[in-house]
Design a binder for this molecule. Structure first.
Ligand code: SF4
Length: 429
């Protein structure tokens, strides 16, 4: 029986999809990536690992389900992931879906399928998250050069706009031994770069006497691994002590994705973020002092409830002053069940999109300036893809995209000189 896998969302979802792929293969299923050009798959299975971080993710999910049922009317649709966990009632009402599985019990997926085949009635299995960390494992990371490794799940923060704590439960995480075993598996599989990821990665180890730096050292201790990269980080947990511990690791990629959301203190307060713009700037400076030439990237939300024109301009000027190497801009999306969704004054999409365009344009100018600052530098890239134009593309340790003339196999560490920047990509020789 073939399972066609479709994954929405973040690195954690990508990791969990890989784990489900391996689990299903161990149980005799053939697993392949879903493609919209697939001819009717008959009684095949489509497994959707969903995301619900924005209203747009929900819209895309519903559209995907309708298209699946139209093109593959006899297929079995399994909906798992954050949408099914955060909105189980809505998921149950989706006519196209045959099996609804929460994101806290992926391990029972093969059993759930067995019971469905015995009695093909709609199954809804969404359980409350517990304090227990559901440790999945991967040995491969199909079709990728960098392996995402989930080491933490859940979040205790409840930022006022965020649905994730409702979809992912409370903070919980792997042990350092589990991380070592998985990195060894991936090292044996030929991976040179590991990306440690989580829902609130910086909460890793909290209260257990170890922290994110210990996870980095454990991953770096595996000889085949050349680079350890970090997923998204919460600024309030990036303490001078943690930076000092991280500083000692030569394999750590000098690239820090430090989620900001807004550069205006009034807006940060309404978002229930746990730092001020001044404190955020200090963390950036501490990282730059410890890792000269490092790349700082971030997430910025625009059009949050009550964000005035002045507040937006304050945020805009603050973001510009940091000089990020890349900015991900998100127009605020109302998530049912969150504090901010109850707020009466919601901004129009016109205002949100206009502010997003402004922030994106400024972000691209900063990105270009950062990439141009690398011209003349000797960098090592990890090759990923070879384009039709006879160039090979890859990323530097500080996550700058580089194109090099010539055909080089993926997963090759290639020393280059940066000679130019075109279309927000470095050109290397
Ligand atoms: S830190 Fe805030 S934004 Fe991030 S997952 Fe937790 S609640 Fe959501």
């Amino acid at each position: 029986m073939t399972v066609y896998l479709h994954t929405q969302g973040c690195k954690v979802n990508q990791y969990e999809s890989q784990a489900m792929r391996e689990m299903l293969a161990e149980n005799g299923y053939t697993v392949c990536e879903f493609s919209s050009t697939l001819p009717d798959i008959g009684k095949g299975i489509i497994l959707i690992n969903s995301c619900t971080v924005t209203g747009e993710s929900d819209r895309k999910l519903r559209q995907f389900l309708r298209r699946c049922k139209r093109n593959h009317p006899h297929s079995i649709l399994i909906l798992t992931g954050c949408f099914s966990q955060a909105f189980p009632k809505e998921a149950e009402r989706l006519e196209e879906v045959d099996i609804v599985l929460g994101n806290s019990q992926r391990k029972i997926l093969p059993q759930i399928l067995d019971s469905y085949f015995k009695n093909p009635q709609k199954i809804v299995c969404v359980k409350e998250h517990t304090k227990e960390y559901e440790h999945l494992s991967i040995h491969q990371f199909d079709e990728r050069t960098r392996a995402f490794l989930k080491i933490q799940d859940g979040c205790d923060c409840f930022c006022s706009y965020c649905i994730i704590p409702f979809a992912r439960g409370r903070n919980r995480f792997s042990t350092l031994e589990e991380i070592k075993t998985e990195v060894e598996n991936l090292g044996r599989a030929g991976f040179k770069e590991i990306v440690l990821t989580g829902i609130n990665l910086t909460a890793f180890g909290r209260g257990q006497g170890y922290d994110l730096a210990d996870a980095v050292h454990v991953a770096a201790s595996v000889s085949e691994i050349v680079r350890v990269r970090l997923g998204s980080l919460e600024p309030d947990d990036i303490t001078p002590t943690l930076i000092e511990k991280l500083k000692g690791e030569p394999k750590l990629c000098p690239h820090f994705h430090l989620s900001l959301q807004s550069g205006c203190d009034e807006t940060l307060k309404r978002m229930r973020r746990r730092y001020t713009s001044k404190e955020y700037k200090t963390v950036c400076q501490n990282l730059r002092d410890a890792f000269p030439g490092c790349a700082l990237t971030t997430d910025v939300m625009v059009g949050f409830v009550g964000e005035t024109e002045d507040e937006f301009n304050t945020s805009f000027q603050f973001v510009k002053s940091i000089g990020f190497s890349k900015i991900h801009v998100f127009p605020y999306s109302i998530r049912p069940g969150t504090k901010a969704a109850e707020e009466p004054i919601q901004l129009s999409n016109e205002v949100k999109n206009a502010r997003a365009r402004q922030m994106i344009a400024m972000g691209e100018t900063c990105q270009k300036e950062f990439l141009e600052s690398l011209i003349g530098n000797m960098e090592t890239i990890l090759t990923e893809t070879t384009g039709k134009d006879g160039f090979t593309e890859g990323f530097t340790a500080n996550y700058s995209p580089v194109k090099v003339k010539g055909i080089y196999p993926p997963n090759t560490l290639l020393p280059v000189i940066i000679t130019d920047v075109k279309d927000l990509v470095c050109i290397g020789e």
